[in-house]
Design a protein around this ligand. Structure first.
Ligand SMILES: *Cc1c(COP(=O)(O)O)cnc(C)c1O
Length: 391
């Protein structure tokens, strides 16, 4: 097929039209599919012919979502999962064995920490956390049994940036699978596979849905690795509901325009906060003050929709600030049309110890703002009144 642009693929890649000649792809709410005859059933189960058997294995809505995501990420194959965490867990569990080791950037999502710290040791899978600020130390931490490098960039919520080109080369040099959680960037802002990632994981719950409705995830990657992931998923059952796949495929149609505005609003909010005397510090990948500003500029199209900052006055002031917000929602999600403020230390990352949080750049008063699609002046007005009210 002819090369098309991102926006066009996001809209025009869709399942084949049925005899009903529908314009928008219908929802296939069916748990199983009918066989024409005994021979077809046998051939389908033997993987000799393509086709749907049972929705835990595949479904037209899930297939459409994955084909579209593969086009947008530049990957060969993938599977849709019931949540982002199902994607993180399966992408690791399917490809690792007892005795294997994972090298992970310290600043990964809270539940990813729990998988590595609390669950994988039960199955004999070990890990080492590496410091995002000291990439020169990583290579020496690769062990003979290291099978995977797992990173998140930009990270949640500290917005650390890891050099994907460098990491892709390092992973290939050591024949290690590179797995990148690309949730914060979305395929619109960054394509880790282009830099050598073998697996790209997503929480589709965030910007891909973009409207705070459904939970979902995706594992994308090379044909060879996804074959193993698909086997694991088919028999363990983390499949996405067709309804969610249908919602998410439609969401992708507007991803580009939404991300443009999310990023524009986030940049405006970040610049406003940086010049505000009541703010201790602001972190945003496309602010020149970000320690990896030039790297972010190199591998991302825009800075993303999330801004992290600390209000002067530490945790007490931070809590007062959250309680004083009038329009901005206080919630644990992100990537919604509605601007959301979160206090990671007491919510999403509360299961980490204070030392672990400090090591991943989550100071006690850190506030994460997922900049929505409201008029940015109204977002700033709410932040402004809340800063005044909490003083
Ligand atoms: C939210 C999130 C996840 C988990 O996704 P769910 O859809 O909530 O299961 C994983 N990684 C990152 C970076 C996230 O922000």
């Amino acid at each position: 097929m002819e090369e098309r642009n991102f926006e066009t693929d996001a809209i025009r890649a869709q399942s084949e039209r049925t005899d009903y000649r529908e314009h928008s792809v219908p929802l296939y709410l069916t748990s199983s599919f009918v066989f024409d005859d005994a021979e077809q059933a046998r051939a389908l189960f033997a993987d000799e012919v393509p086709g749907n058997i049972y929705t835990r294995f595949s479904n037209p809505n899930n297939t459409e979502l994955i084909e579209k995501l593969c086009l947008l990420e530049g990957t060969e194959d993938g599977i849709a999962t019931a949540s982002g965490m199902a994607a993180m867990f399966c992408s690791m569990a399917a490809l690792l064995r007892s005795g294997d080791h994972v090298l992970a950037s310290r600043s990964v999502f809270g539940s990813t920490h729990q998988i590595l710290n609390m669950l994988f040791p039960r199955f004999g899978i070990s890990h080492t956390y590496v410091d995002v600020a000291k990439p020169e130390t990583w290579e020496a931490m690769i062990q003979p049994n290291t099978k995977m490098i797992f990173v998140e960039t930009p990270s949640n919520p500290a917005l650390d940036i890891i050099d994907l080109e460098w990491l892709g080369k390092l992973a290939n040099k050591h024949h290690v699978i590179l797995n990148v959680d690309n949730c914060f960037a979305t395929p619109y802002l960054q394509n880790p596979a282009k830099w050598g990632a073998h697996i790209v994981t997503h929480s589709a719950t965030k910007f891909i849905d973009g409207q705070g409705r459904v939970i979902g995830g995706a594992i994308l990657g090379t044909k060879e690795l996804i074959k193993e992931v698909r086997f694991f998923a088919r028999h363990t059952g983390p499949s996405m509901s067709p309804f969610n796949a249908w919602v998410l495929s439609k969401s992708l149609e507007t991803l580009a325009v939404r991300m443009e505005r999310h990023c524009e609003n986030a940049m405006t909010v970040a610049s406003y906060l940086e010049s505000h005397p009541e703010i201790e510090y602001v972190k945003y990948p496309f602010l020149p003050s970000h320690p990896n500003y030039s790297l972010a500029k190199k591998q991302m199209k825009h800075g993303g929709g999330v801004v992290s900052f600390e209000v002067k006055g530490g945790i007490d002031r931070g809590r007062k600030f959250l309680n004083s917000l009038k329009m901005i929602s206080h919630s644990a999600n992100l990537g919604d049309t509605r601007t959301i403020a979160t206090h990671p230390a007491s919510t999403t990352h509360s299961k980490l110890s204070t030392e672990e949080r400090a090591a991943v750049g989550i100071s006690p008063g850190l506030i994460r703002i997922s900049t929505g699609l409201e008029n940015v002046q109204d977002i700033i007005k709410d932040i402004e009144q809340s800063l005044l009210a909490s003083n």
